[in-house]
Structures are given as C-alpha cells and as structure tokens.
Design a protein around this ligand. Structure first.
Ligand SMILES: [Zn+2]
Length: 369
C-alpha cells in the first residue's frame, strides 16, 4: 500500500499519539550510510572529520532508504576523545577509545571542558555536521542531534570497570567521580546550546547506564539521574526548543525513571530475548510506556549483518504485527517506530538490502487499516 502521509505528518502523529497511516520506520543506520557517499563510500576517518561528509551520509541515506527520521549519531567516543582520551580510528570500524584519559583519582578532578568551537574537535564536526543535515532534510523528516549522557562520556574517558569501582571504593573516589560528572555535564550543556543553534527538532541522549544489570535505582539516581546531571540536561534541551529524546540499548533499562519520570518525546530501546526480564515491544506497550513516549525498537542490529533478507522481512513483519495488536488494544495512535535496538553495524559486512527490507516491510505490513 502506498503511504498516505508524508514523513513529517506521520512522525508528528506518532509524537502526539494520533492515528497514522502506517508505523514509523527508522533502522538506526548512521555510520553505515558513509558507504553510499560518492557511490563507493568513504572511510570512517573521513566521515567523522568533516562536517560536510558527516551530513552527506544522512542525506544519501535518506535518498536511498526513505526513512521517517534523521538522527545524528556519530559514535560514542566523540566526547572522550575531545576530553583527551586516545581514540583508535580504523578505516571501516566504529572509532573507539583505546587509551583512557583518566588513570587515577586526580585524573577525574583534572578534566576540563574542551573548546567545542575548535574545528579540530569532533564535537565541532558533530555540531556543524548536524546543522548541515538538518538544513538539507529538516523539511522532509523529523531531525535530531545525538549526544552522550554524562555517565556514558565518563565511562568512555576512564573505562567503565574503573568508574564503577571508584563510585563505591571510598569517599574520596566517590567525590572524584562526581567532580568529573559535573565537568562533563557542563560540557554536555555547551553541546546542547550549540546544537540548539542548528535547529534540529529534537536531541537524543544516550543514557546507557540506566540499566539494572549495572546500577540499581538509588545508584543510577546518584550518578546520572540526579537533577544536577540528567535532570537539568533534559530540562535544558526543552528550554532550548528541542524535543528531549532518549536512546538506551541496555538489556534491563530503567523504564520507570527514563520514560515515566522524564517523559521523553521518543524512547529508543533494544530487546534481548535471551535475558529474563528484558522488555519486549509487547510488554513495553502493555505496561503503559507507549502512553508516555513514542517508543522505537527493537530489531536485533546484528540481523542487518547476519540475516538473509527474507529473515529481515519476516522479523520486521512479526514486530509490526506485535506492535499494531498491542497499540490497538490500548487504543493508541502511531506510538511505535520500527527500528533497530541500537545502531545498525556500520561495517562493510552490513547488508544494505536488509536496511531497505526493514523500511519497505514496515511500509507494507505496518499499516493500521
Ligand atoms: Zn545503543
């Protein structure tokens, strides 16, 4: 069936819990779309170093796949790298921190907010590149910036196992962790304000550590959920005129805090069928979370590499049916976006035809008729 709404009409209907012609579709294909640039693709290093090239991947991705959103995820080492951690940059893999910056308690205290106006920083590339794709696509799809939350940026800068140890080791290590989180929150605030100048419709936080496999409610509230960290950042995004959104692909996400308390416009999540308690799309909708936020999820990102296209079609179809049944049972509008649980692997082995299949299958089988 041909679409009856355009991308923005459909996304706005989903965001305001109104009826849609079909479910929204946005497999989180970001870095992988660099393979479309110039017909033959460019390397990761080129993609993350030049705002124009960064933006071009989103533009070319939109032309090829016809998504309902454009969300500017680069990778999760942007902030750590600009804070001073060493980032390994392979030709065709996601950049990652291979040499943490913080090596002792003093290191936490010595963190400084980088100058994000310096064109040599990736923060600058990210902000400017986001502005360019917002200009190019903003009239066609709902756009959003993407930013690491404070605790994620800290674990990238120090190494997660050390941060989790330092949180509880003793009073001075705990204080040091808080000192670093304060600096990174200030850095996040500068990024939010810089993104706001570029006028994306929303900003998506990666609040990955709101996960019961890592932190309980009390711990999560102390080290990220507190008003002085995520609380005030969520408010700032809205104050700056953007819709506040959250991505959390952890196995056991803190849905009551991150959805019911913070009420993001969009909440993007993953599903781990082998982990007891991991919330499926069905449970997420049944428990009322789609009443609060537009939920995005939850196709296994590895499926875009491993599955034959027929299997991608089957899995997408199955998810569409599950979601439509549950949305109807709760009398909701288009409150679910068929998406991958996390970024589609940006590898050369990712099958571009599976991204296409996910979108096309949603168009065909995600209808509300
Ligand atoms: Zn993720």
């Amino acid at each position: 069936m041909a679409d009856k709404m355009n991308h923005i009409e459909r996304a706005m209907a989903g965001l305001t819990n109104e009826p849609v012609d079909r479910l929204l579709a946005y497999p989180l294909a970001m870095g992988v779309c660099r393979r479309l640039i110039n017909g033959t693709g460019i390397t990761y290093q080129e993609w993350v170093s030049d705002p124009k090239k960064f933006a071009q991947a989103f533009i070319d991705g939109q032309r090829r796949f016809d998504f309902d959103f454009a969300i500017g995820l680069m990778d999760l080492s942007v902030m750590a790298g600009d804070l001073g951690a060493h980032v390994r940059m392979d030709e065709q893999n996601t950049p990652f921190v291979d040499e943490p910056l913080i090596k002792d308690l003093e290191g936490y205290e010595k963190l400084e907010v980088p100058n994000i106006k310096d064109p040599k920083t990736r923060s600058y590339v990210l902000v400017e590149g986001t502005g360019l794709f917002v200009d190019a696509l903003g009239k066609e799809v709902v756009t959003a910036a993407f930013l690491e939350g404070p605790l994620l940026a800290l674990t990238q800068t120090r190494g997660a196992e050390f941060v989790f140890k330092d949180m509880y080791d003793n009073e001075s290590s705990r204080k040091a962790v808080h000192a670093a989180l304060k600096t990174i929150t200030d850095y996040d605030k500068e990024m939010v304000k810089a993104f706001a100048q570029k006028k994306p419709a929303g900003l998506v936080w990666d609040y990955l550590w709101g996960s019961y496999s890592c932190l309980g409610d009390t711990e999560y509230m102390e080290f990220e959920g507190d008003h002085k960290y995520a609380g005030c950042l969520n408010e700032l995004v809205q104050k700056e005129g953007m819709a506040n959104c959250i991505h959390n692909c952890a196995d056991l996400p803190h849905l009551d805090t991150q959805i019911k308390k913070w009420k993001p416009a969009i909440y993007s999540m993953a599903y781990y069928p082998l982990i007891p308690g991991s919330p499926s799309a069905k449970e997420t909708i049944q428990k009322g979370y789609a009443d609060v936020s537009l939920i995005g999820g939850n196709i296994d990102p590895q499926g875009f590499v491993r599955w034959k296209t027929e299997k991608m079609v089957d899995m997408t179809k199955k998810l569409c049916n599950e979601v439509i049944t549950e949305l109807k049972a709760r009398d909701l509008g288009g409150r679910y976006c068929i998406a991958s649980g996390c970024e589609v692997p940006p590898a050369l082995s990712t099958k571009l035809e599976n991204i296409q299949a996910c979108v096309d299958t949603t168009k065909q089988f995600g209808t509300f008729a």
